[in-house]
Design a protein. Structure first.
Length: 304
């Protein structure tokens, strides 16, 4: 993929457009990935970034949280950033579901069919991975399955990690296929990072033409309905607010952020982003640990 016009693929470069171009740009909405973008490595929003995002909302900009997390996993962050008071949006499940943060109105939903959900779960039986399903605030996993994966050479309780960060209730079931009798927003699969790097193509193979399949972290591989991604969801949700994609700034760091970075009038990759995200972006800002979002908002003229 070739870089978009003006990109400066350097982790500390914020300004990609000329001042004249930025002055012409009317940014009315900001979409933010969560892990690796909005939150630092401690999974917290830094004080400067929080202050910046509250200020731009007070100025009338719509804030959108766009994540692979379920809706439940975004509610605490939405509350912290006062999305309800500012009529923000929540894009969850990698774009399979969009809700109004104020009214909880469902603005867009495109789940996988029950047959596709079942096929994914059955296919995962041939791999050393942990599939699970999230519905509302419930995390479903098969009873007796190990919760431990390897990450960067160390053991990690991935189920507890997901449960804690997304505020979910763990439910162990005898057979995960029991939940595949109705459509699902996504099937999430966790595994040791090195194992997924070696086997993801085989995991994707039966579904490469029928589902959206992607990494959301080096230990997460996910399956959604065909065509579903964050950019696709925003194409449907933004017009409901009278906002054009050219008026959107989108921030991200991972593979699943590329579609919304490409969609946005101003796509911003974090300094810690993968190369694919940086190549897709209009600008590259500082990392998630260095207030990269706040730096970019200043560079774009949204903050003093």
């Amino acid at each position: 993929m070739s870089p978009r016009a003006g990109v400066r693929p350097h982790p500390l470069s914020c300004e990609a457009k000329t001042r004249e171009e930025r002055d012409r740009m009317a940014i009315r909405a900001i979409a933010l990935d969560i892990d690796g973008t909005l939150t630092n490595d401690e999974k917290r929003i830094t004080p400067r970034t929080k202050k910046a995002l509250l200020e731009v909302q007070d100025a009338g900009v719509t804030l959108i949280l766009a994540s692979g997390r379920p809706v439940q996993g975004l509610r605490a962050l939405a509350a912290e950033l006062e999305l309800e008071q500012h009529h923000g949006l929540i894009v969850a499940y990698n774009g399979a579901r969009v809700v109004d943060a104020e009214s909880d109105e469902l603005l867009f939903n495109q789940p996988m069919s029950a047959a596709d959900s079942r096929a994914v779960v059955e296919h995962m039986l041939g791999f050393d991975v942990i599939p699970w399903i999230v519905e509302d605030d419930q995390l479903y996993i098969e009873r007796g399955v190990s919760h431990i994966i390897g990450h960067r050479g160390a053991p990690m309780d991935i189920v507890e990690y997901e449960r804690r960060h997304c505020d979910l209730v763990l439910n162990e079931v005898d057979d995960l296929l029991e939940l595949c009798d109705h459509p699902q927003d996504k099937i999430l699969v966790a595994g040791t990072d090195t194992y997924l790097a070696e086997h993801w193509r085989a995991m994707r193979e039966p579904f490469k033409d029928t589902l959206s399949c992607m990494f959301t972290a080096d230990f997460y591989y996910e399956y959604m309905a065909l065509g579903i991604d964050k950019g696709h969801a925003l194409r449907f949700a933004l017009p409901k607010r009278g906002i054009d994609a050219s008026e959107l700034a989108a921030f991200g760091d991972g593979q699943n952020d590329v579609p919304m970075i490409e969609l946005a009038g101003c796509g911003v990759a974090m300094g810690n982003a993968i190369e694919e995200a940086k190549q897709a972006a209009d600008m590259v800002t500082a990392s998630n640990n260095e207030d990269g979002i706040a730096d970019a908002l200043v560079a774009l003229g949204l903050l003093g």
